[in-house]
Design a protein around this ligand. Structure first.
Ligand SMILES: [Zn+2]
Length: 380
């Protein structure tokens, strides 16, 4: 994408002015790729807030922030707005507003209605009904890979194209937001891990069905359960929903099919009606045999070495759930490493590896009802 001119900076006179720029603009616009992006630079001096006007979004800074210190994050936002418009095939009907806060404490003070638990952990939060997103600078700068802004922008876009999002099942809302994080190249290892873990969990018979993730209340219950379960072999619902969104995308004919679906939703068709218009069918394919389809996404059992949080990590998946396994890994010219532990409820054994682990590795797994050997390559 062409990054042409410098940032478009407006120092707005008051917070009130910041809350309503262009909010009423809702007419359809041509495809984002049809016109090169331009940024103009306008400066108006004011004591209060700085407003950075991007081509298709507005970014607002805290009173004591200088535009020069947020260039990195503003560039991410600009790229992500453009990327989401490319994905959907049209520009945001209403320009997203992005409010930057230095820290969680600043966010808490600035948005007192937000639940404390959310403020404590969030790098970015979408307020879809206000067409607004908040970004916490010190958190988002630590987020690697940085996909959360794109995720939240997808929520804003889905809300806008569907007239409030009510007809969209949560598994698609969250699943599409997660799936489109994969358009950030550095997300690929996470995507591979999640797909393998979801397939493993499906094989273990412990995958929530799409119908269990239809409503906000169901989603909340699922995320709470995942948080209670800790990280060992657990799988957060986002990773499950991403696979359902992936299968749904295949079902409607790929990205082009999804774009047609979004176009129908912009014409006030519900999610189900739009699906029917695109495919001529009434029932989503994934509503039937969802677990079998997720299971088939990955060859089981298997093993992979991926960088998880920057550290090489061995994932062995497709194991019988909750059995104890012993695992030995070896590579030509090195001494084998032997370890073991529980496969967990999802049938996944996870182990951190030394930083200089060679690749490819031969992984030998044994346990009750388990005996196999696979070659795992570390992807970069
Ligand atoms: Zn989300």
């Amino acid at each position: 994408m062409a990054r042409t001119a410098s940032i478009f900076i407006v120092l707005a006179s008051a917070l009130a002015a910041c809350t309503t720029p262009d909010a009423a603009v809702a007419s359809p616009t041509p495809s984002a790729s049809a016109t090169p992006r331009q940024r103009l630079e306008i400066r108006e001096i004011s004591a209060d807030r700085t407003w950075i006007r991007l081509q298709d979004a507005d970014v607002f800074l805290e009173a004591d922030m200088e535009p020069g210190e947020v260039t990195d994050v503003v560039d991410v936002i600009d790229d992500d707005v453009f990327a989401v418009e490319e994905i959907f095939g049209f520009e945001f009907p209403v320009r997203p507003r992005v409010l930057l806060y230095r820290t969680s404490e600043r966010l808490r003070a600035g948005q007192p209605s937000l639940p404390a638990g959310l403020v404590d952990i969030a790098a970015a939060i979408a307020f879809s009904n206000e067409n607004k997103m908040v970004v916490v600078l010190d958190r988002v700068r630590k987020t690697k890979p940085l996909t959360v802004v794109r995720h939240e922008l997808v929520h804003l876009m889905l809300y806008q194209v569907s007239g409030g999002g009510r007809s969209i099942p949560i598994w698609f809302h969250e699943g599409a937001a997660r799936l489109y994080e994969e358009t950030v190249a550095e997300f690929a290892p996470t995507a591979r891990i999640e797909m393998a873990l979801a397939a493993s969990r499906a094989a273990a018979g412990r995958l929530p069905a799409p119908g269990d993730l239809d409503t906000s209340a169901e989603w909340q219950a699922a995320t709470n359960a995942a948080a209670r379960g800790g990280s060992s072999g657990q799988l957060d619902p986002y990773a499950v929903a991403a696979q359902y969104a992936r299968l749904f995308r295949d079902d409607v004919g790929g990205d082009a099919g999804l774009r047609r679906l979004y176009e129908f939703m912009r014409l006030n068709y519900t999610f189900s009606q739009a699906f029917n218009k695109v495919t001529g069918r009434i029932t989503f394919d994934i509503a039937r045999d969802a677990a079998a389809k997720v299971r088939a996404l990955v060859e089981l059992p298997g093993a992979m070495v991926e960088l998880d949080d920057g550290k090489p990590t061995l994932f062995v998946y497709g194991l019988p759930p909750d059995v104890e396994v012993s695992v030995s890994i070896s590579a030509p010219g090195t001494r084998p490493l032997v370890g073991g532990g529980p496969a967990g409820p999802a049938g996944v054994f996870v182990a951190a590896l030394p930083a200089e682990t060679p690749s490819p590795l031969t992984v030998r797994v044994t346990g009750p009802g388990v005996s196999f050997e696979v070659v795992a390559k570390q992807s970069r």
